[in-house]
Design a protein around this ligand. Structure first.
Ligand SMILES: [Zn+2]
Length: 196
């Protein structure tokens, strides 16, 4: 199963796609418990999304490890439930009411986080409308801000923004969130309106 999936999925490091596959769906996919339409939908996403691909890889690895364990009774934490799998892949941290999750492949470390877009972050985004920020004062300010919010970022060589950020005109508009993905000292940022 794992090998088969490896063959058909070739992720490219593309911009972060809209909706990620839920952890439990990745677990079902790894288990082969999806129908054809779902399968196609997931594969299409996995082709474009490094994040989901890596989580799936880890899930498959876990399943392979589990299968190679020759015991008849598995300990409760090895039961093949989506949540047990998820727990083995992702460390979920709640920092100041915000969901931040770090997960590790062997290398490199990938940090994914969704932060409330507060004034400190807005100020950094509003400096100008450049979409690529090379190392410098602005990048340092961002690193400092992210560290304050609990992200384990040491340094960044490049920051890539999905689109220019403009201040919302209405104070009562929907709240915004900053989605961040950091890999190889490059941070990808995307501002999205929060649904709730
Ligand atoms: Zn995804």
């Amino acid at each position: 199963m794992g090998r088969w999936i490896n063959k058909i999925i070739k992720p490219t490091v593309a911009p972060e796609p809209e909706d990620h596959i839920a952890i439990e769906d990745l677990a079902r996919l790894a288990d082969g418990a999806v129908d054809k339409a779902e399968n196609q939908h997931f594969i299409r996403h996995l082709n474009r999304c490094q994040r989901c691909y890596e989580i799936l890889q880890e899930t498959l690895k876990d399943l392979a490890d589990e299968a190679s364990v020759q015991t008849t009774s598995s300990p409760w934490w090895k039961t093949r439930t989506a949540y047990a799998l998820a727990a083995s892949i992702i460390l979920v941290l709640l920092i100041g009411g915000q969901l931040v999750f770090n997960y590790w492949n062997q290398r490199p470390q990938v940090i994914l986080a969704t932060l409330n877009l507060d004034q400190q972050l807005k100020d950094i985004l509003l400096v100008d409308d450049a979409l690529r920020w090379e190392k410098g004062e602005r990048v340092n300010r961002l690193v400092a801000a992210l560290q304050q919010k609990g992200l384990q970022v040491k340094e960044l060589n490049l920051v890539v923004l999905s689109k220019p950020y403009y201040q919302k005109k209405s104070l009562f508009g929907p709240k915004e969130a900053l989605h961040i993905r950091i890999e190889n000292k490059v941070a990808y940022l995307e501002v999205k309106e929060m649904n709730q």
